[in-house]
Design a protein around this ligand. Structure first.
Ligand SMILES: [Zn+2]
Ligand SMILES: [Zn+2]
Length: 455
C-alpha cells in the first residue's frame, strides 16, 4: 500500500464500504438501486442495482458466517436471501424508504412508456431525459447522504435519467444528445407527468421590406401594453402589422409551431424601406411539431401571403447559436435618402458638402428616440456618400455607414447633436424626406455598439 493511500485511510477511518453499507441498511428498507447508488462512483460497468445486490449478498454471507443475526434482520425487509435464512419465506419485499419504489423495474418502465407517449406526434431526431425532483424524494436523498455517510454516491436524478433514457431509446429508436437535443422529457416526480421541452426550429434568411410604415417586429400598444384599449382600437398593438407578423403564419403552418420569435440583424425605421439584398434575420418556430421543412415552399408561401409588402430570400435552416451571432454582428449599411433642402444648392457645393461627412461622426442620442434611450455620445463612421440626383431643393443621396449610424440626424444635425452634419456644412436646413436601406453588407470592424437601431 502506498504512503498516500494509507494516510488517506487514517484520515478517513470510516471509509469502509461494507461498514458504510451496513450503516445504510440499518436506516430502513432500501432497494438494490438506492443502496448501489451510494457507491456509484466506485465500480464502473455495473448498474446501481447490481452494485446494491452485490453488497447485500456479501453482507448476508458475512453475517451468516459470523452468526450476526442483527445484520440479517436489518437486511431481511429488502433482501430475500436474508429472509430465507431467518425462516421468513412468505414475506414480500418492503417498499424502499429512499425512492419509495421509483427505481423499481415496473416504475422505470412506466416512466419510459409515459415519455414515449408524450413524444408521439412530434418530429425529432435527438432527445434527453431530465428529472424534476419532488420535495419528499429530495429530502430522502439528503437524509441518506447525511446519515449513511457514503462519499461515492451519485444523485438520484442521474440514475433515473439514465435508466429511463436507456428504455426510451429502445422504445423510440432515437439518439441521445446531451448538448443540443430536439426534445427534453422532464420526469416530474411531483405530479407524475412526463413533460416535454421542445427545442425551437430556426430558419434564417434575408427580408426586403417594400413598403413604408411597417415596423420589423410586433409592437404592443404603449398605453395598454397589449391588453387592448381605446387608443389601439382594442388591438393591443401600435401597428396592425409588422415584418414579423407577415412572415409568421406561413412559418407556423409549415412547422406546426405554436408561435414564432423574430430576430433581425438590426432594424430599419418604420418609415424606411429595406431594399437591395435585404436584411439578415432568423425566425424561430416555437414548439414545432415538424422539423423537416420544404424551404422552397415556405419561401413561396411567405411571399404570397406578404402581398408585396415584404419579400424573403435565401431561406435556410439555422441553429440557436446563430441568433446570438446575428444580434451581435455589426453590419455595414447603405442607405438611399431623399433630402429636402431649405434652399437650392449648387450641385458642386452639395457634392463637396457630402464629401465632408465621410469619416468619423459624433452622435448624441437623437431627440426623436431620447424618450426611450439613454442620452449618450456615439462615434460612428461614414464610409462613403454619393449624390445620385439633384433637382432644385430635392436631392437623392446614398450613404454607406457603420452599424448604428443615425442618417436622419447626419443630414439635419438634430440641433447640433450630430457633428458634422449636412445642414451646418451647407448652411441651409436639410431634412430626410424618405429613407431606404439598400444594402446590409459585410461586418464592420466591431467598434460600434451592438444591435443598435439605425437610421
Ligand atoms: Zn429505492
Ligand atoms: Zn392599447
Amino acid at each position: 500500500m502506498s504512503e498516500v493511500m494509507s494516510e488517506e485511510i487514517l484520515e478517513n477511518p470510516r471509509d469502509d464500504i461494507l461498514e458504510t453499507a451496513k450503516r445504510i441498511i440499518r436506516l430502513g428498507p432500501i432497494c438494490d438501486s438506492c443502496l448501489g447508488r451510494q457507491f456509484a462512483m466506485l465500480a464502473t460497468g455495473l448498474t446501481n442495482a447490481e452494485r446494491g445486490r452485490s453488497l447485500k449478498t456479501v453482507l448476508a454471507m458475512q453475517a451468516s458466517a459470523d452468526g450476526d443475526s442483527s445484520t440479517l434482520e436489518d437486511l431481511a425487509p429488502s433482501f430475500r436471501s436474508a429472509r430465507l435464512k431467518l425462516g421468513r419465506r412468505d414475506e414480500p419485499d418492503a417498499r424502499c424508504t429512499v425512492c419509495l419504489g421509483e427505481m423499481s423495474i415496473e416504475v422505470l418502465d412506466k416512466w419510459a412508456e409515459k415519455s414515449a407517449a408524450a413524444l408521439a406526434g412530434w418530429e425529432y431526431s435527438t432527445l434527453l431525459v431530465g428529472t424534476k425532483m419532488s420535495g419528499l424524494l429530495a429530502e430522502n436523498e439528503e437524509l441518506l447522504l447525511a446519515d449513511g455517510g457514503s462519499r461515492h454516491a451519485e444523485p438520484f436524478k442521474s440514475e433515473l435519467n439514465r435508466e429511463v433514457g436507456k428504455r426510451l431509446t429502445q422504445l423510440t429508436g432515437k439518439e441521445f444528445d446531451l448538448r443540443n437535443p430536439d426534445m427534453v422529457v422532464h420526469l416530474n416526480l411531483e405530479n407524475g407527468e412526463a413533460e416535454l421541452q421542445v427545442a425551437s426550429l430556426f430558419i434564417r434568411g434575408r427580408y426586403r421590406k417594400l413598403v413604408r410604415g411597417i415596423p420589423q417586429t410586433r409592437w404592443p400598444c404603449r398605453e395598454c401594453r397589449g391588453r387592448g384599449c381605446p387608443r389601439c382600437n382594442y388591438t393591443g398593438r401600435m401597428y396592425q402589422e409588422s415584418v414579423d407578423e407577415i412572415i409568421r403564419p406561413a412559418v407556423i403552418q409549415a412547422a406546426e409551431a405554436e408561435d414564432t420569435v423574430f430576430h433581425g440583424a438590426g432594424r430599419e425605421d418604420i418609415d424606411a424601406r429595406m431594399l437591395g439584398r435585404g436584411r439578415p434575420f432568423i425566425v424561430e418556430a416555437v414548439r414545432p411539431r415538424k422539423r423537416t421543412i420544404d424551404l422552397l415552399k415556405l419561401h413561396e408561401e411567405i411571399n404570397r401571403q406578404a402581398e408585396g409588402k415584404v419579400e424573403v430570400i435565401d431561406l435556410a435552416l439555422a441553429d440557436s447559436s446563430m441568433v446570438e451571432r446575428l444580434k451581435e454582428a455589426a453590419f455595414i449599411k447603405t442607405y438611399s435618402a431623399l433630402i429636402r433642402l431649405g434652399a437650392d444648392v449648387a450641385e458642386e457645393k452639395l457634392k463637396s458638402g457630402l464629401r465632408r461627412l465621410v469619416g468619423q461622426v459624433d452622435q448624441r442620442t437623437p431627440t426623436r428616440v431620447s424618450h426611450r434611450r439613454a442620452d449618450k455620445l456615439r462615434l460612428r463612421k461614414v464610409y462613403s456618400t454619393d449624390l445620385i440626383e439633384v433637382k432644385g431643393n430635392l436631392a437623392r443621396i446614398n450613404v454607406k455607414g457603420e452599424s448604428g449610424l443615425y442618417i436622419k440626424e447626419l443630414i439635419s444635425g438634430d440641433g447640433g447633436r450630430t457633428q458634422p452634419n449636412l445642414a451646418e456644412i451647407l448652411r441651409v436646413d436639410a431634412i430626410v424626406e424618405e429613407l431606404d436601406v439598400i444594402d446590409v453588407g459585410g461586418e464592420s470592424d466591431g467598434t460600434s455598439s451592438r444591435n443598435a437601431e439605425e437610421v
